[in-house]
Design a protein around this ligand. Structure first.
Ligand SMILES: CCCCC/C=C/C(=O)SCCNC(=O)CCNC(=O)[C@H](O)C(C)(C)COP(=O)(O)OP(=O)(O)OC[C@H]1O[C@@H](n2cnc3c(N)ncnc32)[C@H](O)[C@@H]1OP(=O)(O)O
Ligand SMILES: NC(=O)C1=CN([C@@H]2O[C@H](COP(=O)(O)OP(=O)(O)OC[C@H]3O[C@@H](n4cnc5c(N)ncnc54)[C@H](OP(=O)(O)O)[C@@H]3O)[C@@H](O)[C@H]2O)C=CC1
Length: 289
């Protein structure tokens, strides 16, 4: 991650002045870049995840990049998004301490690669990515946004061609995308906009560590038309845009930040086989092929 003093943004300096955001998973990877950019543009950001030590360290580092008179702008809060009570407390803390909740970025989550996952593994991933996002949306709405409006961005994933070897996360992220569309309609009358950002393969140290190293990400280069990996700051720019007034007429949509990956090749290879039924399950019809 770049030193906080090197935070770059194409947006104007005080774009989010006076605003309050929650970024789940805001201490690492994409969440950290989003937190850095939002805070550099004047937003107060509560970063929330399970590991308090990580959150405190990130908050301190990012705050050090902000002029002393304007510090702190980033605030750590321990929260497992799989725990509804903890999510509710996160919303209450944010509103009690900072007086508002303008933006919610549902970024915290993840998965592991596994072709035949256990029920426990399936539940862990679905509860984290889908149910955790639902809890965050629900309590942001109940505690603040229903009465004041707001903007929500969910980070999902490139699951448009299925997600073999990560079926749990494919199902969860597709669920988040559909949840987003439902809430965009249900909550339009409250002035709430909700959208998704769908990253391709975005390199950060923490993300790569989760998969055993950078080489695992590099193995995906052949499926990326851009012929390079993405970086967290490229996702952050899309999130900031969707939260900003420039997106005031945008709700219920997904921005893909993936170098074209989602409509190019699947990384999954089907082994050669002869297992499919013949046309209309009639072997005689093979003669038509
Ligand atoms: C290769 C290119 C990929 C490009 C796309 C990149 C996408 C990314 O998302 S990068 C981001 C990477 N970061 C993360 O994934 C965040 C960290 N990950 C997690 O926290 C976990 O993966 C989690 C979401 C599953 C949550 O784990 P945790 O809360 O620790 O889960 P449990 O301890 O409750 O475990 C329950 C159950 O899940 C199975 N399991 C968990 N981790 C793994 C694993 N690494 N490998 C295999 N199975 C796993 C397992 O069944 C666990 O039960 P037990 O075996 O009884 O522990
Ligand atoms: N990097 C990539 O290529 C892609 C990433 N994504 C998604 O983007 C998001 C960010 O990933 P990235 O930054 O790359 O990877 P990281 O591993 O760096 O970030 C994952 C973050 O999620 C937090 N988190 C995980 N589980 C929970 C939980 N139960 N409650 C609260 N926070 C949690 C972690 O913090 P802690 O451990 O402290 O809880 C961590 O900060 C994830 O949802 C990821 O799946 C999607 C597509 C591609």
């Amino acid at each position: 991650m770049a030193a906080a003093s090197m935070i770059r943004s194409v947006f104007k300096k005080e774009l989010f002045s006076g605003k309050v955001a929650i970024v789940t998973g805001g201490a690492t990877g994409l969440g950290r870049a989003i937190t850095e950019e939002l805070s550099s543009l004047g937003c107060k950001v509560v970063i929330a995840s399970r590991r308090l030590e990580n959150l405190e360290k990130a908050a301190q580092e990012i705050n050090e990049a902000i002029p002393i008179s304007l510090r702190p702008r980033v605030f750590p809060y321990q929260c497992n998004i799989r725990n509804e009570e903890q999510v509710k407390s996160l919303m209450k803390y944010t509103i009690d301490t900072h007086g508002a909740l303008d933006y919610l970025v549902n970024n915290g989550g993840g998965q592991f690669a596994s072709p035949a996952i256990s029920a426990k593994g399936w539940l862990a991933v679905v509860e984290t990515n889908l149910t955790g996002t639902f809890y965050c949306c629900k309590h942001a709405y109940n505690e603040w946004m229903a009465g004041h409006g707001g903007a929500i961005v969910n980070i999902i994933a490139d699951m448009y061609k299925g997600f073999p070897n990560m079926a749990h996360t494919g199902a969860a992220r597709a669920g988040v995308q559909n949840l987003m569309m439902s809430l965009a309609l249900e909550w339009a009358d409250c002035g709430i906009r909700i959208n998704c950002v769908s990253p391709g393969i975005i390199y950060s140290e923490t993300a790569a560590k989760n998969y055993g190293g950078r080489h695992v990400f590099d193995e995906g280069l052949h499926i990326i038309p851009a012929k390079r990996l993405g970086i967290p700051e490229e996702v952050s720019g899309a999130v900031c845009f969707l939260l900003s007034p420039a997106a005031s007429y945008i709700t219920g949509t997904t921005i893909k930040v993936d170098g074209g990956q989602s409509f190019y090749r699947s990384p999954f290879t089907i082994p050669e086989h002869n297992s499919f039924p013949p046309p209309l399950e009639d072997p005689e019809l093979n003669s038509k092929l």
